[in-house]
Design a protein around this ligand. Sequence first.
Ligand code: ZN
Ligand code: ZN
Length: 721
Amino acid sequence: MPPRKWKLHLTEAERAEKVRLAMLTDDPEAALASMFVGMATKLQIDAMDEGTKLLESGRLDEARDFFFAYVKEYVGEGNRMPSIGGEDGGGFTDECYTDITPYDRATLMACCNGMGKYYVAKNDLESALCWFEEVQILHFHMKFGLDKPTYDWTTWNIDLPELTYQRTVAFIGAAEVYKKLGNTASHAERRWESSRAVTNLWQTHRTPAVNRLNDMAKVFAACQVRHPDPNTCHKLSVSYPRLQVQGSWKKLSLKPGGKTAGARQRFASFIWNSHLYVFGGWAGDMNYEFYKDFWCLDLKGEEGREWRKLPDYPVPVDAALSRAMVVHREEKRAYLITGSPRVDYFDLVTERWGHIMTSFQATEEDKRCGVTGNWPFRGNDLQDAVVVINKGKIYTFGGLHWETYIGCNLFTELDLSTKKWRRLSGHVMSPPEADYAIPGPKASACGWVGPCKDRIYVFLGCAVRDGPLNKKGRKPELHQAEMAYPYRDFWSYSISEDKWRRERISGNPPLSRTERGCTFNEKLNKVIVFGGYSPCIPTLFEETIRQHEYSYYADTFVYDHPQPGESIMPQYTSTNPEKCIPPSSTTYPRWKQVLTKGFPTYRCHAHLNSDPDTGKVYLFGGYTNTDYVPSRNNFKSRPFGDVWQLRMDVPGEGGDFRSVNVNEEERTAKIGPWKRCYTCGGSGMWKRCSGACGGKAYFCGTECQREGWKEHKKQHSCRKV
Ligand SMILES: [Zn+2]
Ligand SMILES: [Zn+2]
């Protein structure tokens, strides 16, 4: 029997949060029990040696059968391993992981790692990632046994070094796979998280084996590249089609000298009738200009695209920041959600603003969850929330309001036919204890309605725990801390079941970041995300010997909802749980990285939108930190006003990949703030060719210019002028 008391380890900050600790120190009975557990675990893990030896001697299939038999022994019949995400999948939580004893947990983790290593040896990276992820899920489930539910940012461990070792093996196993896939961001994230996970643990957990895995030279190397890395991204090609797809970013040309919406961030945007609409926002510290203006851009015209100014927002406010607009296609209206009972809309046909008055009737349960004055959004305010529309109803999740700078997990619905709001779940202000059944408080998450129109997905985002500390005069909040917390979670809400489910993150995903661009593309049946920001994964710049505590991204990923009838592979629902089926032979939804030779500059708060008519994907705006991205001015941040189209090598309308010349891009595509030398492929602030080509190629110096001239002359019909 497992002993009742565990020695939990928490960081200083977590201690301050007064999570109850069950300490062993002055309880001899429990101390004895702990020793027993340590020995028992060691015996069990030693038994795993047989599998490890099989792996090492190359008897791979025998090793797989050995580990899988053990796994089945632990999880029991009828439990598919590894569990898989998706519409019919079991989600993240598994009851059989909650009550398991710590030594069984460690042994099960060892088996999952054995399976992961088997699939790495078989070069089935997708299945390997699934098994390594299972170890993290097993680790997370220890939380569910705590007396008081704790938020995701509260990390803790049981004082059983074997658990730490197995978790480290899984971290590094996944990191190596991401590295192989060219997913530099997730490679750095896993390595960094792994090294962080042990820093506050007892010395006994930082064994030589764990320290070897957390090789700091490798951690630093992973943090020294940008994502994508200009020095390697042009060399990446699709070698694992289930985890990667070829793509290309193309900057759209606008009519020279035409009107422009201008660079901005924290705006609202959408596409309707092949026009991109942009509303409000601000320019950042460049000129402190705040906007409530409204613009649209005809995306169809190949030449001479020009921004057109629409009527200003009629409400007397100085700015419209971090709001959201959603389109009701049948009504041909774009609704603006600000947190106010007055919901303004823009009539897309008459191009006039109008509004509806909405109401909320608080139940006792709503009041218990923090609703005051019969209105859920305090200060009539809602910013950086997920806002989606589905079947005549608008849903909001999380975001900031007048009384929280951290974010909340309030989930609401506005029925446009009755004009009434409802609180579906969550709190206006986060209570001391977490609720494992629903997502935690967050802002700037990705959200979309799934293809079946019954599930709303919420992915990542950030608890802005440093928000209340960042400006003077802000009220202190219960969960504030020095560091913001970027989530590593994925949830879906079933409208028909009125229930949240935590989902697995599967495939080749972007991890732990916030403020990214995100769109669900109905034509392609995919979610596309771009860029974003991580407040706690560092970037180390070797050339300037500078260290940043954060990262800005410019990488692109898609989440592939399966196309109905598209696949001939067996549905994962029909797989026999007793059989060892590699996840890579099933049709569950998963993330893929979009490999692009060039990319828009690293940034957060860019918006992605899909044209519902053509299926094409566009990016606009956002901002970057000028310490992070080289710039000639002295401002802290730089906003963007550029428009890009993402083209992807995928079946169906919208991918628009036919016009892409991948070979040409490898040598000439814009790589964020830099240019690629046409001749040697090096990246930097190079000079463009001043010949008749109009600057189609860049050269790092006269030597490369001379060397590459002949080829460039032919390829781009260039000549000296
Ligand atoms: Zn060169
Ligand atoms: Zn030229």
